[in-house]
Ligand binder design. Structure first.
Ligand code: HEM
Length: 543
């Protein structure tokens, strides 16, 4: 291929076919930043046989997003997802109407259904916490045998802790309970298999045929079997989202394995990014005491909880309005997503056309080329985020409100935080993901005492991002990091404080709850305004 007048600069590298594939897989952000400094805001690179045009300046992102017709997202996913998860491409014409109906099913992750999902997720997070870490099974109210052990503190990897909690609570919320998976041992087994499959995920997405990875192929088969039609009948109380998808897939001539593979793909989508995101959100709060203190006191203030926190016997209610009032919590979550997300937004050019970038510039693009945005470069741009490598929990707060205006070269950005993609390919689970992450913080901070095992401050070296997954979403840490954890308030502690004090605390809590109700009544309009603003964070206004 040779460069033509009007096209973006072309970088072919020295290696035939591979082009810049090696550098890209080693450190995509570094390569793209170097190319940007030489070739400017937009350039085309040969990567493993594909010509990929990167638009690096976030002020130009709207130009790409608005060309949804010429720049199609699903052509790409329909090439990558089917061989990775094991179902046939759905846009081949063999399944008329299926792609649109699948898109419609994503509505069930939002709106009113989101409230139901959130309610169920919180219950499952608490049940999982009680069961696995504190020795109390779902539905049980009494302390189990591990109570004392936990009361005196335990140590484990923070990633392992987040993975276990988020995986189990997410599976229970989306798929329901399974007569065999009632036993947490079975869910744990499912998680282990999932995590082994996930370790090979970058290779599969990179195009390696699964038959070359015999163990991964076998694992995928086992994972799919958990979700084939016969197994799905044994899941009790699935979410409306999963129930609808089961009915939908049954209407099409798919084999049982192919149906199971679709459900398995949703499992990956729902936890593959949420688990590493949970790790970074909690890690940053533990590493930065001022962030921890501000977020915890905000949570307690909004929920009207006095004292250290809650005991296991206390239940927790978190309405969407409660979460919405927690602007420091939301900012802390966004800041962790900014620092850890490295998803690539990919589109396939459907025809030769001229894409207008701004009032002065346009470029020629060729049919079948890939157009990509790499928002990690925006997230780490010092012009937009001063000291971009530093964690600042309140970066997304301005005064006493959410901050939703960010600028580059003095111009306001339409897109400033893009962990969830953009335009037509935007993650349909983004609202649920934010709720899950906030709920996890509330649960851990209110019920547990958590500390990094080896230091109490951020002066230690933070874990590095595992760049092997660059382009695929939230990057996990290269290594896990140990945390000590214990219950904040054990029954024993409460007794120790004496009945009178316990009564006072209950009274104070009651007063706090009354205050909360008064605020709820007063603030409804204010909440609506804030919700509208929050939409700016997860959904750009023009979409
Ligand atoms: C922090 C958590 C999450 C992050 C960062 C994230 C990010 C993303 C991104 C970037 C995409 C677009 C992929 C692309 O452009 O190629 C995507 C797609 C998707 N996500 Fe998420 N996601 C998260 C959580 C969730 C959750 C909790 C669910 C569901 C319960 C979910 C369901 C999906 C689905 C179904 C798609 C495919 C959409 C389509 O094919 O049109 N995600 N996600």
């Amino acid at each position: 291929r040779t460069w033509r007048e009007g096209e973006p600069p072309l970088v072919k590298g020295c290696l035939p076919f591979l082009g810049k594939a090696v550098e890209f897989s080693q450190d995509a952000l570094k390569l793209l930043t170097q190319l940007q400094s030489t070739h400017g805001d937009i350039f085309t690179v040969l990567i493993a046989g594909r010509y990929m045009t990167f638009v690096m300046n976030p002020l130009l992102y709207p130009a790409v997003v608005k060309h949804g017709r010429q720049l199609d997202f699903h052509v790409f996913t329909d090439t990558v997802a089917p061989p990775t998860f094991g179902y046939p491409p759905i846009r081949s014409g063999a399944y008329p109407g299926l792609p649109d109906r699948i898109q419609s099913s994503f509505q069930l992750l939002q709106g009113d259904q989101l409230t139901r999902l959130s309610h169920s997720m919180l219950g499952n997070l608490l049940a999982t916490l009680r069961h696995h870490f504190l020795g109390v099974g779902p539905g049980q109210r009494e302390a189990g045998p591990d109570w004392q052990k936990v009361g005196s503190g335990r140590e484990m990897g923070l990633y392992a802790l987040c993975e276990s909690l988020m995986f189990q609570a997410s599976v229970l919320t989306l798929y329901g309970t399974h007569n065999r998976t009632h036993s947490p041992g079975v869910l744990e087994e499912l998680r282990r298999k999932f995590s082994q499959f996930d370790a090979r995920f970058p290779l599969l997405v990179g195009g390696m045929p699964i038959w070359l990875l015999a163990r991964t192929n076998a694992l995928r088969g086992e994972l799919i079997r958990h979700f084939d039609p016969r197994s799905m009948q044994q899941w009790d109380g699935p979410s409306d989202f999963i129930r609808t998808r089961v009915q939908l897939l049954n209407e099409y001539p798919l084999t049982d394995v192919e149906k199971g593979a679709h459900h398995f793909a949703i499992l990956w989508a729902s936890v593959g990014n949420t688990i590493p995101a949970a790790f970074w959100v909690i890690y940053h709060l533990l590493a930065y005491p001022e962030a921890f203190a501000a977020v915890k006191s905000e949570i307690q203030e909004v929920l009207g909880i006095k004292g250290e926190g809650l005991s296991l016997n206390d239940d927790l209610t978190l309405t969407p309005e409660d979460l919405d009032r927690m602007i420091y919590l939301e900012s802390a979550v966004c800041e962790s997503l900014r620092l850890s997300s490295a998803s690539m937004n990919v589109r396939v050019c459907q025809e030769d056309f001229e894409m207008r970038l701004d009032s002065q510039r346009s470029v020629h693009l060729r049919k079948d080329d890939i157009i990509a945005l790499y928002p990690q470069s925006m997230h780490m741009d010092p012009d937009i985020y001063p000291q971009p490598e530093v964690y600042k929990f309140d970066r997304f707060v301005l005064g006493s409100a959410r901050r939703s205006e960010f600028f580059k070269r003095g111009q306001r950005l339409h897109y400033f935080l893009m962990p969830f993609g953009s335009g037509g390919s935007k993650c349909p689970g983004r609202f649920f993901a934010l709720v899950e992450l906030k709920q996890l913080v509330c649960v851990l901070l209110l019920y547990c005492r958590l500390e990094l095992a080896h230091t109490h401050t951020h002066t230690h070296t933070p874990p590095k991002l595992d760049t092997a997954r660059a382009g695929l979403g939230i990057l996990p840490p290269k290594t896990d990091i140990a945390v000590c954890y214990a219950l904040l308030c054990t029954e024993k502690n409460e007794e120790g404080r004496g009945g009178g004090q316990g009564e006072n605390e209950k009274k104070e809590r009651g007063e706090g709850e009354n205050k909360k109700k008064e605020r709820e009544a007063e603030g409804e309009n204010e909440i609506k305004d804030r919700l509208a603003m929050k939409e700016g964070l997860v959904n750009s206004p023009e979409e």
